[in-house]
Design a protein around this ligand. Structure first.
Ligand code: GLY
Length: 330
């Protein structure tokens, strides 16, 4: 999902980052289609956020008034209005927020399109080659070393997700702690016509795909580098799905899988230079929003490397913020 108004609303700069990245998607999607012939299925029907209890309803109303005062495109729907939009959603819903400008893309097609783009533009992707360390000359990073060979570069971009803290700069540890947070997922197929919008509740979310699948997500588990699914996680997703769409009660899961989100200690992205090292940029910790924040991240990093442009987001989300926070605690 591309849902800045739900997923990045916790911090004003993060929200701005999410909105600016979302706004790049229409052009990004049409350029990828033109260059690769792959449609990443940018779907703009909007996103719903449901309240099932009085407490959730009160929280929903607070969010509505707060976001309205910040000019977020958001509508407050009664349960009747909600069911006009989505007749199959549970009648237990008290109220809902509708975000017409929160969208979705088919992430697997996005990755396929980016691979194809790389292939057609002389960009080599080398897989299954563990980085043993960065190459250092004085205080400059000049590339990366793998078991097979060394790669030398004018600028090295560390976009290594949940694995970032494992990469050493010479003998020095990465000066930021990024850990994996597992998200288990499942999908149902043959659900054509059951749901039109991406739907969130307190227990999970549903994403209807154009091929008739409904994806259900996601757990958030601090269990290290373990990408397996388990019965408990999948059962919790089933419960969340059936609470939203009771007709899924007897549906068979088509596929289950898990991914590892990269999480920094304040939950915000980590973007920019590594203090005391030259010619290296980190772009990680996008946590729940890697796909949403990808185009803006790419633009900021490319502008910095090619034109020396210092986006405000580099300052806001730079590694230096952790040192400042630690110094003020001491
Ligand atoms: N953005 C959805 C998730 O991380 O589960």
């Amino acid at each position: 999902m591309l849902a800045p108004n739900i997923e990045t609303d916790s911090d004003l700069d993060f929200h701005k980052f999410g909105i600016e990245s979302l706004e790049l998607y229409p052009k990004f999607a049409s350029e990828l289609l033109e260059e690769t012939g792959i449609d990443i299925e940018l779907e703009r029907s909007g996103t719903l956020c449901l309240a099932f209890t009085e407490a959730e309803n009160a929280e929903l109303q607070d969010t509505y008034y707060r976001q309205q005062s910040r000019d977020v495109a958001v509508e407050l729907l009664s349960s009747e209005q909600l069911r006009q939009l989505e007749p199959s959603i549970s009648s237990d819903v008290h109220a809902a927020l509708f975000y017409p400008n929160d969208w979705q893309v088919e992430n697997r097609k996005l990755v396929a399109a980016l691979r194809e783009f790389a292939k057609r533009n002389g960009i080599h992707i080398i897989e299954n080659a563990e980085v043993e360390g960065l190459l250092i000359e004085q205080r400059r990073v000049v590339g990366a070393k793998t078991a097979a060979c060394e790669f030398r570069a004018d600028t090295t971009v560390i976009a290594t997700g949940a694995w970032t803290s494992l990469i050493k700069i010479g003998d020095t540890s990465m000066p930021v702690s990024i850990k994996p947070i597992r998200g288990q997922m499942l999908s149902f197929n043959h659900c054509d016509g059951l749901l039109r919008h991406v739907v969130y509740s307190h227990s999970g979310y549903l994403v209807p795909r154009s091929d008739g699948r409904i994806l259900v997500g996601a757990t958030a588990e601090d269990v290290g580098f373990d990408k397996t699914t388990n019965a408990e996680g999948i059962a919790s997703l089933r419960l969340a799905a059936v609470e939203i769409l009771p007709q899924l009660a007897n549906a068979d899961a088509d596929e289950t899988w898990a991914g590892l989100r990269p999480f920094a200690e304040d939950g915000l992205p980590v973007l920019g230079e590594i203090p005391d090292w030259k010619n290296v940029i980190v772009a990680t910790a996008h946590y729940r929003n890697g796909i949403l924040l990808a185009p803006k991240t790419g633009e900021i990093v490319a502008d910095r490397i090619l034109d020396g442009v210092e986006s405000d987001f580099l300052k806001r989300f730079g590694i230096g913020r952790f040192e400042t926070a630690r110094a003020s605690v001491v």
